[in-house]
Design a protein around this ligand. Structure first.
Ligand SMILES: NC(=O)c1ccc[n+]([C@@H]2O[C@H](COP(=O)([O-])OP(=O)(O)OC[C@H]3O[C@@H](n4cnc5c(N)ncnc54)[C@H](OP(=O)(O)O)[C@@H]3O)[C@@H](O)[C@H]2O)c1
Length: 381
């Protein structure tokens, strides 16, 4: 059976895909770059061991090739390129930079998302891989309002940041790459932690507010008679009614794995979006409840307000990069996804689930490091 070659295996979504696809006995190869302290094989070995510990079972190892998607030929050695040509029938292109704002066209997110996708397409042509599965984002819709269809991409919409621009360009390149088999496009909404355990390995967007609130509470530590800390000098530049679409990482991976193991479902575009969004008011309520603060106020989206305290300045500074993210979301139509995986409804992220996710992140102190595995501890397949 042919291998599927996955990029981005060490990221939040990628490590769930590794777990789910390996458990489905899919022959899997992963393209991984070296980290400062670990080789690609060591990185995969340590993340597999993390899964084995969590699941209490042993897992097969994927085949590892060392590469970097921002390099021509994805930076593979000629031996590894030959191995891929011999063994791989599909690429799951999931690697990307999640940096929102770039400093130049040569920097991230352009380098990995646009140049990297071009190199991934070229590499597939060179190695005769005709089936391309691409992880995009539902936010390729940019600042559109109303209902967003899975069949739509560029309708002349304004985009919110460089990340969204780079992901639109990448998706356009994939669609026009001339593969003989129509590419599959996955468009997740905002990915958060595991719906059951709350576990996550990255702490973007909502987690940033939570972390600042948690830090503020620890630094101030002045609960009043309510037993909570009053932070009413801090205001958020939203009005509480904005809808946001959060999806748990385990669900995104479960749906993708189902589609990836059913070739009759290939070649479509899938919005991996929730049935019901949450509001910025619910997010605020969860942050307050879990960090034991109160008084976080809204002063309305887009309004300019004088910053009065050093804590508020800190809050605003950290939030600025996400300003474009806190706008009201449109409605994502997910007809294709519901048709392909009717048995996998998205777990509803309500206030109690948000609190669960928030507590897990605080318990993890907003960081995750896989255990260090030494080279001679394992054999790389
Ligand atoms: N997170 C979200 O809310 C969200 C929402 C919608 C869509 N998505 C899309 O989902 C996909 C996965 O996102 P994620 O949240 O799992 O991101 P993540 O945790 O930041 O992981 C990114 C992965 O891409 C790899 N990568 C980045 N640049 C690379 C390069 N030049 N060469 C090789 N590997 C590279 C990273 O490798 P290292 O470990 O070596 O850095 C990591 O494995 C992305 O395509 C993203 O655009 C994410």
């Amino acid at each position: 059976m042919e291998y599927q070659l996955l990029t981005g295996a060490t990221g939040l979504l990628g490590r769930y895909l590794v777990r789910d696809l390996v458990m489905e006995d899919v022959p899997l190869a992963v393209l991984v770059r070296r980290s400062r302290r670990q080789t690609p094989c060591e990185r995969i070995e340590s993340l597999i061991r993390t899964w084995e510990e969590k699941l209490g079972t042993t897992l097969n190892r994927p085949h590892v090739v060392e590469g970097d998607i921002s390099q021509p030929g994805l930076g593979l050695s000629s031996d590894d390129t030959a191995w891929v040509k011999e063994n791989c029938g599909a690429m799951i292109h999931n690697a990307a930079s999640l940096q929102f704002i770039s400093t130049s066209k040569e920097s991230e997110p352009w380098r990995s998302n646009v140049q990297g996708t071009k190199y991934a397409i070229d590499f597939c042509h060179e190695t005769n891989i005709e089936q391309f599965h691409h992880v995009s984002t539902s936010y390729t819709c940019g600042l559109r309002r109303g209902r967003i269809l899975e069949s739509e991409l560029d309708v002349g919409q304004e985009l919110g940041n460089d990340y969204e621009r780079s992901k639109v360009q990448a998706e356009q390149m994939v669609r026009s790459a001339g593969f003989s088999k129509t590419p599959t496009i996955f468009r997740p909404a905002i990915i958060v932690g595991d719906s059951r355990t709350g576990w996550t390995t990255t702490f973007h967007n909502f987690y940033v507010i939570l972390q600042i609130a948690d830090t503020l509470n620890r630094q101030r530590g002045e609960p009043d008679v309510t037993g909570r800390t009053n932070v009413s000098d801090i205001q958020l530049n939203v009005d509480g009614t904005e809808r946001k679409n959060f999806v748990p990482v385990d669900w995104v991976s479960a749906v993708m794995s189902h589609i990836l193991t059913h070739p009759d479902l290939y070649g479509e575009t899938y919005h991996l979006t929730p049935r019901c969004p949450i509001t910025t008011r619910q997010l605020r309520d969860s942050v307050e409840s879990v960090t034991k603060i109160y008084g976080l106020n809204f002063y309305g989206a887009g309004e300019v307000k004088e910053v009065k305290s050093e804590f508020e300045e800190l809050f605003r500074e950290h939030m600025r990069v996400y300003d474009s993210y806190w706008r009201d979301d449109p409605v994502f139509d997910s007809t294709n996804t519901r048709r392909a995986a009717p048995h996998l409804p998205c777990p509803h992220i309500d206030l109690s689930m948000l609190n669960h996710l928030s507590r897990a992140a605080i318990d993890m102190k907003f960081r995750w490091n896989d255990p260090v595995v030494k080279q001679n501890d394992h054999v790389c397949v």
